[in-house]
Ligand binder design. Structure first.
Ligand code: S3P
Length: 463
C-alpha cells in the first residue's frame, strides 16, 4: 500500500505492520471526505495523571454569554472540541470579535457586543453541534434580524421542535424542515413565557434562559427532571440574577451582562472514558486534576463508586459558581448497576462508556428511561447494541434502553463509530480488555468533543 505523510493506507486489521502500533490511521485522499480509523490493542493496566480540556457544556455557554456581555472576556482552557469551535464560528458570523491567544492554555478572548448582534451574511453553520443550534437559537430569536442555522447530516436529523415551540410562543418566527434543521429564525422583541418543558433537556432550558434574558418581563421555565445547571451558573457568573424554586428557574429580561475572566473546568464527560478505563483493571491508579465536579454532572462518580471504583476527592474549589476538584481513582472489582429515571438524565452523555464497561462488570448494567439516546449524534441505543454484539456480547435492546449482562468476555473486531464521538471513544475503552485488536472506523469524530483523546488514552495505558 502507498504511504503519504506518515499515514499508512490500511485495508485490514491483520496487516502485520500494525502489530507494534497502538493506533493506525488510514490515509484517504484529503480532497475527499476524510475518514480515519484507529486500532486499539488490549492493555494490562491504566495508570497516570490527566487534566482535561475545558468542559464542552460550559465552554459553549461562556462563549455565547461573553458575546452578548458588555466588555471583554478571557476564557482559559476553552474546549478544544470541534463543537465549541462551531459556536465560535457562528458568533463570528454574528459580528462578534474574538481571538485565540497563542500558547498551550487554549485561551479565547471575546469582545462582548452587548445584547445586540449583527445580521449574518450567510447561514450559521453549527456543524455537528446540538448545543450550538439549540442554545444559540435563543439568542438569535431575540435579535432584530433573520438568520438561518444549519448543520451537518447528523445535526439535520436531530429534533428542534423542542426549541421551536417555546421560542415561537415568545414571538419569534421559525421555519424548519418539519422540526429539523435548517432553522430560519426571524427575530423579534420577545415576550416572556411560563413554560413547562416536556423533555428534560439542559440545552432547551439554556436556550429559553437566553431568550428570557432578551425578553420583556420575567420568564419561568420548569423542567420535568433536574438537568445540568451550567446555564444558570454561567448567567450568574456574567452578572445576571436568576431565581430557582424546585425544578423551576426564573429570569427577568433586559439584564445587562459583564465580561468575565474564567478558567473552564476540565470536561467530566471526557474524563468519564478514563474513569471507566480504570474500572476495567483492579490495579488501576489514576489522578484527574482540574475536573468539573458540578453535582448535576457528577452522578457518574457515585455510580462508579457504588460499582466498586475507589474514588477520593483530594481538593475542591469553587470557580465562578462551578465546583472543580482533583480525583484519585483506584480500580477494584466492578459490580453492576441499574440506571433509570433521574439518573439516566444526569448520566446521559456517560451512558455509552458505561455500556462499554458493562460486560466486564460482575452483574452487568441495565439502562432504562433513555429514549433521548435515540436522538443524539447517532441512535446511541442502536450503536451501542450493534458494537457490543459485534464484540461477542449478549445484549437486550429495548426502545428506551439496554440490558447488558455482566461477566462476558469481549473479542476485538471491526466496529463503526457511526460518526458519533462518544461511541468512538466508548468502544476504545471496551477494546482495552478485549481479546485481540479492535478497529474503529470513522474514529476522527472523537474530535467533536475531544481531539486529544487517543493520544491521552495511549499515555495512560500500560501494555
Ligand atoms: C448538553 C445537554 C445534553 C447533552 C449534551 C450537552 C448541554 O443534551 O447530551 O451533550 O450542554 O446542555 P440535551 O439537552 O439534549 O439532553
Amino acid at each position: 500500500m502507498p504511504s503519504a505523510d506518515g499515514f499508512n493506507q490500511q485495508s485490514s486489521i491483520n496487516n502485520s505492520r500494525l502489530k507494534n502500533w497502538p493506533f493506525q490511521f488510514r490515509y484517504i485522499d484529503p480532497k475527499m471526505k476524510s475518514e480515519s480509523q484507529v486500532i486499539v490493542r488490549p492493555a494490562r493496566n491504566v495508570r497516570g495523571s490527566v487534566s482535561l480540556p475545558g468542559d464542552k457544556s460550559i465552554s459553549h455557554r461562556y462563549a455565547m454569554l461573553a458575546a452578548i456581555a458588555n466588555g471583554p472576556s478571557r476564557l482559559e482552557n476553552y474546549s478544544t472540541g470541534a463543537d465549541c469551535a462551531s459556536t465560535l464560528g457562528c458568533l463570528r458570523s454574528l459580528g462578534v470579535k474574538w481571538e485565540r491567544k497563542d500558547g498551550a492554555d487554549n485561551v479565547i478572548e471575546v469582545q462582548g457586543t452587548g445584547l445586540s448582534l449583527t445580521a449574518p451574511s450567510e447561514p450559521l453553520d453549527c456543524g455537528n453541534s446540538g448545543s450550538t443550534i439549540r442554545m444559540l437559537s435563543g439568542i438569535v430569536a431575540g435579535q432584530k434580524f433573520s438568520s438561518e442555522m444549519t448543520g451537518d447530516a447528523s445535526l439535520s436529523r436531530r429534533p428542534m421542535q423542542r426549541v421551536i415551540t417555546p421560542l415561537t410562543a415568545m414571538g419569534a418566527q421559525i421555519t424548519s424542515e418539519s422540526g429539523f434543521p435548517p432553522l430560519r429564525i426571524t427575530g423579534a422583541k420577545l415576550k416572556s413565557i411560563h413554560y413547562r418543558m416536556p423533555v428534560a433537556s439542559a440545552q432547551v432550558k439554556t436556550c429559553l434562559l437566553f431568550a428570557g434574558l432578551l425578553a420583556e418581563g420575567e420568564t419561568h421555565i420548569e423542567e420535568p427532571l433536574r438537568t445540568r445547571d451550567h446555564g444558570e451558573i454561567a448567567l450568574r457568573a456574567f452578572g445576571a440574577h436568576l431565581e430557582r424554586k424546585g425544578n423551576e428557574v426564573r429570569i427577568r429580561g433586559g439584564q445587562r451582562l459583564r465580561g468575565i475572566e474564567a478558567r473552564v473546568p476540565g470536561d467530566l464527560s471526557s474524563a468519564a472514558f478514563f474513569l471507566c478505563a480504570a474500572g476495567l483493571f483492579p490495579g488501576a491508579q489514576l489522578t484527574v486534576t482540574n475536573l468539573l465536579m458540578n453535582p448535576t454532572r457528577a452522578r457518574l462518580l457515585d455510580i462508579l463508586a457504588q460499582m466498586g471504583l475507589r474514588i477520593s476527592v483530594t481538593q475542591l474549589d469553587e470557580v465562578h459558581g462551578e465546583l472543580v476538584g482533583t480525583l484519585q481513582v483506584e480500580g477494584g472489582r466492578m459490580k453492576g448497576a441499574t440506571i433509570a429515571g433521574a439518573d439516566t438524565a444526569a448520566l446521559i452523555d456517560e451512558i455509552p462508556v458505561l455500556a462499554a464497561l458493562a460486560p466486564y462488570t460482575e452483574q452487568g448494567i441495565e439502562i432504562r428511561d433513555a429514549k433521548e439516546l435515540r436522538v443524539k449524534e447517532s441512535d446511541r441505543i442502536a450503536s451501542m447494541a450493534i458494537n457490543l454484539r459485534a464484540m461477542g456480547a449478549e445484549v437486550e435492546e429495548r426502545e428506551d434502553g439496554l440490558k447488558i449482562p455482566g461477566a462476558q468476555p469481549l473479542r476485538g473486531t471491526e466496529l463503526e463509530s457511526f460518526g458519533d464521538h462518544r461511541i468512538a471513544m466508548a468502544f476504545s475503552i471496551a477494546a482495552l480488555r478485549a481479546q485481540g485488536e479492535t478497529l474503529i472506523r470513522g474514529s476522527e469524530c472523537a474530535a467533536i468533543s475531544y481531539p486529544e483523546f487517543f493520544s491521552t488514552l495511549e499515555s495512560l495505558v500500560e501494555r
